[in-house]
Design a protein around this ligand. Structure first.
Ligand code: ADP
Ligand code: MG
Length: 623
């Protein structure tokens, strides 16, 4: 019998296939099972209009022969004639399954089946693990069977052979192990069981295999007995394909916990069917807690990607924006081809459309939760709110508009507020949104400036996360209102007359204030009297763009070798008795007083004291 050559371009393709298209050799099993499922689907499709076809007990069988190093994948599908073996397996990148779908495009029965293949390369993945592949097939209605044999690039043969039942048997002769690759593992029953679970769990036909279990002998202690049973390896039930109203909450929860190894039920389930530019099902979950490795550099975001129920990728990062990296779940689309590598996926237009739709969906579901279940949303926000704030800040604010209404901040009114809620209850006279930064709500509430703002009946947002002020800077404004840091020097609530009065006081104390500035040197840019500290004596306010909090955050960033400093103004309450003390002090005492109040102001602002011992000594001396 003459060996036939693969078509020239096929040869090159085959070589490429075997060596580079797939990242994981293990996917050969998924490809062969998908083909068996397609062939079974095609038969089932025919049986719908032809009563003479026996389409009962359709299943896919896997057989392992460890000693002979053989894996068989057996189906009772439509089969292939000798010509079909030639054309389908002899030409790489020729998919009969794709033509089948095209030919029957307008047949309404096609909705009942789910043909997976469309690329015409999957079959050749078997050469990644086999040094010889035989395909014995008997087509529906044919009297004879044929055998296709190949050892890879060299070519293939087709010859008649014996086979009684309709369908196809693919026999893989598994390669010997070498130092780089352990091929023998594919001959282990456990490995096959887990590969089927991983990639082909939702194939709609049963995938069966004889499974041998060893257990203690109940009659004879210390002895074991082995039993072999045919078992169905796949669960066959893609939950996401069912209608939402047919699925109970517990089903979602169990599915989530099992699939994503979580102990807690998810906080939010998002199940959607999308049709239009892209057709896909998505089933996504917002966990109750951050995964244990969420903040480590090993954490990988992404959704599982399925093509018609067959897993293509475990963590498709391109499907999720960074600010939703906590979302777990999967996307199943018939528009994607199985045989696609990570690199190719990145440029896939279809995938980008899906990613966009998913982003929108998650946002709208979170917005719904915020509106309908505030308590739950606050629970969510405590765990993952930071991600959303970083989302506003990163990429130069490209995503801020979609995220700003999902943000929550603590405020002086108690509890969390959205920017919209703050905006809606702003006083008519108030033209900016007030905020203050600090380590904790409690500490911020105690700041002199905060007390003063509160006394006027105004609300302040409390920024306690490093990212808060950066995110707000990126927002620039909310509904036409800008943001003001009440800890900044320029922040001023006083009336024109109050301002004028203060100016006069500053003029009158100029000599004293200049002296104090001289004492402090470049630690501060100015020393001023102020009327915004309520009953408190002193504070430090930042001047210019950089706030005290931002300087702190930036200094702590990896790679910042110099401490970044805000420009500070020492503010003294113009009404406070301490002013008289300062005025009455001689030069030597003024030096001490100035240093003491400067350091006190640092402490109030949440900054460290440069020389605590010296400060303590000075205070004791005064006492
Ligand atoms: P694809 O599945 O993308 O079409 P493959 O390389 O996996 O590409 O398979 C090529 C073609 O070979 C299929 O389209 C199908 O026509 C045929 N084929 C492969 N396996 C079987 C099988 N088990 N039964 C019948 N036909 C098969
Ligand atoms: Mg295929």
């Amino acid at each position: 019998m003459r060996k036939k050559q693969f078509k020239a371009e096929s040869k090159k393709l085959l070589d490429m296939m075997i060596n580079s298209i797939y990242t994981h050799k293990e996917i050969f099993l998924r490809e062969l099972i998908s083909n068996a499922s397609d062939a079974t689907d095609k038969l089932y499709f025919k049986s719908l209009t032809d009563g003479s076809i026996d389409a009962s007990e359709l299943k896919i069988r896997i057989e392992l022969d460890k000693d002979a190093r053989i894996i068989r994948i057996i189906d009772s599908g439509i089969g292939m004639t000798a010509e079909e073996l030639e054309s389908n397996l002899g030409t790489i990148a020729r998919s009969d399954s794709l033509s089948f779908k095209k030919e029957n495009e307008n047949d309404e029965n096609l909705e009942n089946i789910e043909v997976i293949g469309q690329f015409g390369v999957g079959f050749y993945s078997s050469f990644m693990v086999s040094d010889r592949v035989e395909v014995v097939s008997k087509a529906l209605g044919a009297d004879t069977a044929n055998k296709w044999t190949s050892e890879g690039v060299d070519g293939y043969t087709v010859e008649p052979c014996e086979k009684v039942e309709r369908g196809t048997v693919v026999t893989l002769h598994i390669k010997e192990d070498n130092e780089n690759e352990d091929y023998s593992k594919y001959l282990e029953q456990y490995e096959i069981q887990s590969l089927v679970k991983k990639y082909s769990d939702y194939i709609r036909y049963p995938i069966v295999m004889d499974v041998t279990t060893t257990m203690p002998n109940p009659e004879n202690e210390g002895e074991t007995v082995t039993e072999t049973h045919e078992e169905t390896l796949n669960s066959r039930l893609p939950l996401w394909r069912k209608n939402r109203n047919e699925i109970k909450e517990e089903e979602y929860n169990e599915f989530y916990k099992q699939k994503f190894y979580d102990y807690s039920d998810p906080l939010l389930v998002i199940h959607s069917k999308t049709e239009g530019q892209a057709t896909f099902d998505a089933l996504m979950f917002v966990p109750e807690n951050a995964p244990f490795d969420f903040y480590s550099k090993d954490f990988e975001k992404g959704l599982q990607l399925y093509s018609n129920g067959v897993l293509i990728m475990d963590k498709c990062a391109d499907l999720l924006p960074d600010y939703f990296s906590f979302v777990r779940g999967l996307v199943d689309s018939a528009d994607l081809s199985l045989n696609i590598s990570r690199e190719m996926l990145q440029h896939d237009r279809q995938l980008r459309i899906i990613a966009k739709a998913i982003d929108k969906k998650i946002k709208s579901e979170l917005a719904k939760m915020l509106k309908n279940d505030r308590e739950k949303y606050e629970k969510f926000f405590k765990v993952f709110g930071n991600q959303l704030k970083w989302g506003v800040y990163s990429d130069y604010g490209a995503n801020k508009d979609g995220l700003k209404d999902l943000l929550l901040f603590k405020s002086s009114n108690g509890g969390y507020v959205t920017l919209k809620e703050y905006r809606d209850r702003m006083a008519d006279s108030q033209d900016t949104i007030y905020y203050a930064c600090g380590d904790s709500e409690e500490k911020i509430a105690l700041l002199p400036q905060c007390e003063a703002v509160k006394e006027r009946g105004l609300e302040t947002l409390y920024f306690t996360d490093d990212v808060d002020e950066f995110a707000i800077q990126m927002l620039i404004e909310y509904d036409g209102k800008h943001f003001s840091n009440i800890l900044k020097d320029e922040f001023d609530l006083s009336t024109d007359t109050e301002k004028e009065e203060l100016n006069k006081k500053n003029e009158a104390s100029k000599e004293l204030l200049d002296k104090m500035k001289e004492i402090l040197g470049d630690k501060v840019t100015a020393v001023k009297l102020t009327n915004k500290l309520g009953s408190h004596a002193v504070s430090l306010a930042a001047e210019g763009f950089m706030s005290v909090e931002m300087a702190k955050v930036l200094s702590q960033m990896p790679g910042a070798d110099n401490e970044i400093k805000a420009q500070l103004v020492l503010e003294i309450n113009s009404e406070h008795a301490v002013l008289d003390k300062l005025k009455g002090a001689d030069d030597e005492t003024l030096k001490k007083y100035t240093n003491i109040i400067y350091n006190q102001a640092r402490l109030i602002a949440g900054l460290s004291v440069e020389n605590p011992t010296q400060l303590a000594d000075m205070i004791c001396e005064m006492m």
